[in-house]
Design a protein around this ligand. Structure first.
Ligand SMILES: C[S@@+](CC[C@H](N)C(=O)[O-])C[C@H]1O[C@@H](n2cnc3c(N)ncnc32)[C@H](O)[C@@H]1O
Length: 499
């Protein structure tokens, strides 16, 4: 059976259900868990989130979660997580014969792996006594003789033996409130190599002691499959450094994972496949995750028209007309504007039919837009190619906004830093760098580039925002700047010199 089908069957056996909406899920939760227990569960979940982590609170939560009337409902929240992570791990169990699943919980995934590989031996460890009791009973009911479960806290003792594969999924870094380590300052995504800060992160999250415990039972050529909530760069960097400092090297590039958490999308992981004595062919990447087209600002309809009408010093570089099935013809225009912006606009010329525009900073042409412009500027254009590139460009969601406030360009991704740095003849009008009570450094800046005004925000936890407006609406940026400075001050932030 294909592993996705096998996993679905396995989850059903555990009593787990998949829900498409929060509403359906919570109705089932209310039906299956008595009200008093739900109150207790919420209290325990809150206590588990404390920073620094409280092992007793964590254990109490997982013991409660293992109760027979709580387990199916609570663990169903993780249904899509299991579907995302289970097969990724399953595919990589490979030649290993002795597998340890650290923080196995009630053993939902451990029993799945064990049933997939009857010739390999699996050990699941967890410090929640009730979870281990449930895991043991369920493994027996499944008739699995190649899996054992042990109650132990890896920070206090290690399981006997040696393992050539250790799986740790959602078990090494549970401290969800832990922000991680800041970058050197707001101008960069780089983290200093600060031994004390690293030790602090490892201690607060418990990841250091857990990794040391696991490392001591990992065979000399052993591998680890690790999946934690470390997608944010501030958590990812110290986590990766914790792995690297224990001799682990990547065996393949980390695999980013997205899955549904009832109604919300979780961006999690990535899945790390690491090993001792890895040939170190895959470097540890400490830069922010980038996505295709992140430098583009895309708008449709009234917003697109508002941007087009306000682009200062608009200089048309070319136009093209495409036959469109719906409207007969689609006009495409591209060119440049003040502030070093470039644009590509489409419109059918038919009233009521949507206009669309994409703007981007001059020096940051993405693959997609670069290909489109090359095609448009080609003497013998391939119309079909232009059509499909335009379609791809608009396949991305477009944020709704008020046409009166829509910026000529806005970027909240890491690409905002490059776009800000590339603003031509940038002149700073006002700026403030503020240190929050938690040490967070935020830089706010208002300035001008030819024909435009801009607002820039950058902090040392990788947040970036660049907003470019025509001069007529520069006061909107002033208001935004003042609002943020006032807000920061009222929450205790103080001004520090700008580097
Ligand atoms: C979110 S559950 C993850 C369960 C499972 N690995 C999965 O992927 O669904 C985290 C588990 O890690 C266990 N855990 C956390 N710290 C531990 C430690 N120091 N020693 C043993 N188990 C630990 C908790 O008790 C809990 O059952």
């Amino acid at each position: 059976m294909a592993h996705a089908d096998a996993l679905t069957e396995h989850l059903a056996w555990w009593g787990l259900r998949r829900f498409g909406s929060d509403c359906d899920y919570f109705r089932w939760q209310r039906e299956s868990i008595p009200a008093a227990d739900l109150v207790e569960l919420t209290r325990l979940a809150e206590a588990k989130r404390a920073v620094p982590a409280d092992p007793a609170a964590e254990r109490a939560f997982y013991d409660f979660a293992a109760r027979s009337h709580v387990l199916p409902s609570l663990y169903s929240q993780r249904y899509d997580y299991y579907l995302a992570v289970g097969p990724l791990v399953d595919d990589r169990i490979g030649p290993s014969s002795a597998v340890l699943d650290f923080g196995c919980g009630v053993g939902i995934l451990t029993t799945f792996y064990a049933s997939r590989y009857p010739a390999k031996s699996f050990v699941g460890v967890d410090r929640s006594e009730a979870s281990i009791a449930v895991a043991t009973a369920h493994a027996a009911n499944l008739g699995l003789s190649n899996v054992r479960f042990l109650r132990l806290d890896i920070e206090e003792e290690s399981p006997a033996g040696e393992y050539d594969l250790i799986i740790a999924t959602h078990a090494l870094v549970q401290a969800e409130q832990e922000p991680g380590l800041p970058s050197r300052d707001w101008t960069t995504f780089e983290r200093a190599r600060d031994a004390a800060a690293q030790a602090g992160f490892e201690q607060r999250t418990g990841v250091g002691a857990r990794l040391d415990g696991l490392r001591s039972v990992l065979a000399p050529q052993g591998r680890m499959l690790i999946f934690e909530k470390t997608r944010q760069l501030a958590r990812r960097v110290p986590f990766q450094r914790a792995l690297a400092s224990r001799g682990l090297g990547l065996l393949e590039p980390p695999v980013p994972v997205r899955y549904q958490l009832v109604e919300e999308i979780a961006e999690d992981g990535p899945l790390y496949h690491a090993g001792l004595r890895s040939p170190a062919a895959v470097p540890w990447d400490e830069q922010p995750e980038r996505s295709h087209g992140e430098e583009l600002h895309r708008c449709r309809g009234g917003l697109a028209q508002a941007i087009y009408d306000r682009l200062p010093d608009r200089a048309v570089a070319g136009t093209f007309e495409l036959r469109d099935q719906l409207t007969g013809r689609l006009a495409v225009e591209w060119g440049s504007a003040g502030g070093g912006l470039r644009y590509l606009a489409t419109g059918s010329g038919v009233e009521g039919h949507e206009h669309a525009i994409v703007t981007w900073p001059q020096q940051g042409e993405s693959g997609m837009v670069a290909r489109l412009l090359t095609e448009l500027e080609h003497a013998q254009r391939d119309t079909e190619k232009v059509r499909s590139l335009l379609q791809a460009l608009w396949s991305q969601p477009v944020e709704a906004a008020d046409p009166a406030h829509v910026p000529l360009y806005e970027n909240r991704s890491p690409a905002a830093q490059e776009a800000w740095a590339a603003l031509p003849s940038r002149q700073v009008a006002r700026h403030a760098t503020l240190r929050g009570p938690d040490g967070r450094l935020t830089h706010l800046e208002l300035g001008r580039a030819p024909g435009v005004s801009y607002f820039y925000l950058a902090n040392n936890f990788d947040q970036r925002q660049l907003v470019v407006m025509d001069r007529q609406r520069a006061s909107l940026l002033d208001e935004y700047y003042d609002e943020l400075v006032t807000e920061a001050r009222s929450s205790g932030a103080t001004r520090v010199p700008t580097p």
